[in-house]
Design a protein around this ligand. Structure first.
Ligand SMILES: O=P(O)(O)OC[C@H]1O[C@H](O[C@H]2O[C@H](CO)[C@@H](O)[C@H](O)[C@H]2O)[C@H](O)[C@@H](O)[C@@H]1O
Length: 260
């Protein structure tokens, strides 16, 4: 079974989250791998349908063309399979965060912008709200300053803070990529696993690979923004281009599956 994160692993990091797109070489390799391995799953913080949408490749095969693909979105709360999304209703706290986050950001002296001007941007994911600082004048400093106030808002609204690459997400607690991947491995009675990721949220999936007891490989899509994953991974590759090259090499190396 092959598990993959989306942003920073299959899709290069870009300033505007709405501009992220799967690398065409990665999508093409996954289309091949879907017919060669037991299962391919994308385990992402994105809504499941967004990963599929941003996984389209003009004039070529996209993620929706990967045979048997499953997308476990919103850290495992949602599932896309065969064109259908299943997901629980949004927790009530998200509505309050949506209403209060703009004033909170402004009260700390930061400009909230839709991205046209430099500043902090909000991404409403339905079941979670992500507060991005990549386009702020001081991305790291802004992230540090927002950490505590957002943690307080999360605590008051029954949500958890998920830190990521120049982003703090307020999202429902009780699910993470480790639980999502572990349950999927059990569901598919997987016999081996490879998981690739780039961000702190992927560490739980790395742990699920180890806890599964299966022959497994963890792959870090390396960046200068997050260095902890490289220390914990079995294999380190150079960002999404390195992941695409690895997947292509894997597709070249695997024999066709015996018909069952
Ligand atoms: O689990 P993932 O698939 O890695 O998703 C995690 C979050 O990724 C997205 O944000 C990141 O990518 C953006 C586009 O490249 C970038 O602008 C941002 O700075 C990164 O943090 C996404 O916007 C979030 O919703 C995801 O949860």
């Amino acid at each position: 079974m092959i598990g993959l994160d989306f942003d920073g692993t299959l899709a290069p990091i870009v300033p505007d989250p709405a501009d992220a797109r799967v690398a065409p070489e990665a999508a093409a390799a996954l289309v091949r791998l879907g017919g060669l391995v037991g299962a391919v799953a994308i385990v992402t913080g994105r809504p499941a349908a967004t990963a599929i949408e941003y996984g389209r490749v003009p004039g070529g095969p996209g993620l929706a063309d990967v045979p048997g693909l499953v997308v476990l979105g919103q850290y495992g709360l949602e599932r896309w399979e065969g064109g259908q999304v299943t997901s629980p209703p949004p927790p009530p706290g998200v509505e309050r965060v949506r209403a209060e986050a703009p004033a909170l950001v402004a009260s700390l002296g930061f400009t909230l912008t839709d991205g046209a001007e430099p500043g902090v941007t909000l991404e409403d994911k339905g079941r979670a709200v992500a507060v991005h600082t990549r386009r702020a004048p001081d991305p790291e400093g802004t992230l540090r300053a927002l950490r505590e106030p957002l943690a307080k808002l999360a605590a008051e609204t029954g949500l958890a803070v998920e830190p990521g690459r120049l982003v703090l997400e307020l999202r429902p607690p009780g699910m993470d990529k480790g639980h999502a991947l572990g349950a999927f491995l059990a569901e598919r009675a997987a016999r081996s696993v490879l998981f690739a990721g780039d961000d702190l949220g992927d560490l739980a999936a790395f742990e699920a690979v180890r806890l599964s007891g299966l022959p497994g490989v963890t792959v870090c899509s390396a960046s200068t923004e997050v260095t902890e994953l490289a220390r914990r991974a079995d294999v380190v590759v150079d960002g999404p281009a390195g992941v695409a090259a690895l997947l292509t090499a894997l597709a070249d190396a695997l024999p066709p599956r015996a018909a069952s």
